[in-house]
Write a protein that binds this ligand. Structure first.
Ligand SMILES: *[C@@H]1O[C@H](CO)[C@@H](O)[C@H](O)[C@H]1NC(C)=O
Length: 398
């Protein structure tokens, strides 16, 4: 056998093998059922603005380099350690001068938490990445930043717990069937709570996005192990979902990028389904996702809004920017004012957002059948048993 022929043969085998991988069952994209959407857990007491365990500790001033900032950092870290202890937790630290620091270096701490299928090679997993910033703006003095972005942080925290429980169930079910999630599952999930998003003086390329700029640069250079599917931690991000300025009533969310319009539409469709199933408490005459019925050609990519996604976008990461903004109204009226406080949050909207983010993530992670509700899961098991019985019956008939 000539060398050329043997390598051709090798290619052919590889091709067959890849086809097998592509065609293997269970890979088909499965949307969430109505039952699952109806059973999604809704945050309640934990989102109380006065003493709710998740949200209320974030509702304080948290300017980098101040005690309030460190308290919120601790809160987020403790939540992750205690609520989703199987997640990897990392802090990515950097320092920078700011226009007001008089030559002193201000510390910035990004919080990174991720969960991969157990045993999976770290460089072969791509991670849906949910992102919000946890710092608050220095001025006006006493600024709380409830929509900017205390509430988005809380939404992600709540979603993490639901998704984690469902992932555990999914992987346990895989093992039960004799498949190993380490090899059969290529999706992980990641959360970034970024620091130093706000400008200290006035928004410029250097006075803003301190945490995001540092992390994007670091991850662009940090290589995954040799032979990994994904070269860097940056390329391990399948989609960067940035939540910002959410928590006011009747938000308007635009689609900003043609390349991720399909993901935008998935979330817009879930919004409509949750609403028509009566799962949303907030009333709204118009849909939040105003561009859902547009096709991707009609999406005008405008580099317009400066936010934490920019350093990642510049390095080719796919972005879904979920921010309450529309040309006909601008940002929420409370934006960057003293009115952006706990009392001005529309709690029905905050809770609805949490359900929507959870649903989107669950669909992405293919968690149908594993979410919460034991009755839903049980009903599916019963269906499976009936199917199995029918199959066996057929066999005996033959
Ligand atoms: C990063 O900063 C945090 C909080 O200040 C600190 O606890 C941690 O030890 C630092 N990590 C590293 C690797 O320096």
């Amino acid at each position: 056998m000539s060398l050329a022929f043997s390598s051709l043969c090798g290619h052919f085998i590889l091709l067959c093998f890849s086809l097998l991988l592509i065609l293997r069952p269970g890979q088909a994209y499965e949307g969430l059922s109505d039952e699952t959407l109806k059973a999604l857990p809704r945050p309640s007491q934990e989102f109380d603005i006065h003493n709710g365990a998740i949200l209320s500790p974030i509702l304080q001033t948290r300017v980098p380099g101040t005690p309030g900032h460190d308290a919120v950092l601790d809160h987020l870290v403790n939540y992750i350690r205690t609520t989703v202890p199987n997640w990897e937790l990392e802090l990515q630290n950097s320092t920078s001068e700011t226009p007001l620091s008089r030559g002193k270096e201000v510390p910035f701490v990004n919080i990174i938490a991720y969960r991969d299928p157990p045993g999976a090679p770290v460089g072969d997993i791509e991670r849906l990445t949910l992102v919000a910033h946890y710092d608050s703006k220095l001025t006006p003095e006493g600024f709380i930043g409830a929509i900017d972005s205390a509430a988005p942080c809380a939404m992600i925290m709540h979603a993490m717990r639901t998704i984690d429980a469902a992932l555990e169930k999914k992987w346990a079910a895989m093992r039960e069937k004799g498949t190993d999630p380490a090899f059969e599952e290529e999706r992980g999930i990641q959360v970034l709570f970024l620091d130093g998003e706000e400008a200290f003086e006035e928004w410029t390329n250097t006075d803003s996005l301190y945490g995001a700029r540092s992390l994007a640069e670091t991850w662009d250079q940090e290589m995954n192990p040799a032979m990994s599917t994904f070269k860097t931690k940056l390329s391990s991000i399948s989609l960067f979902v940035l939540l910002d300025l959410l928590g006011s009533k009747s938000p308007n969310i635009m689609s900003f990028y043609q390349t991720t319009h399909w993901a935008y539409q998935n979330m817009g469709n879930l919004e409509q389904r949750l609403r028509s199933l009566g799962q949303f408490k907030s009333s709204s005459t118009d849909p939040w996702f105003i561009d859902t019925s547009k096709n991707s050609q009609q999406v005008v990519s405008r580099g317009g809004i400066q936010d934490d996604h920019i350093p990642f976008l510049a390095r080719g990461v796919d972005i879904l920017h979920i921010i309450d903004f529309a040309p006909f109204k601008g940002f929420s009226p409370v934006w960057h004012t003293m009115d952006d406080d706990a009392e001005h949050l529309d709690m029905d909207t905050v809770q609805d957002w949490t359900m929507l983010i959870t649903a989107f993530t669950a669909e992405w992670m293919e968690l149908e059948g594993f979410l919460g509700h034991s009755e839903t899961v049980k009903a599916r098991r019963d269906e499976d048993l009936v199917e199995e019985a029918i199959r066996l019956n057929k066999k005996t008939e033959l």
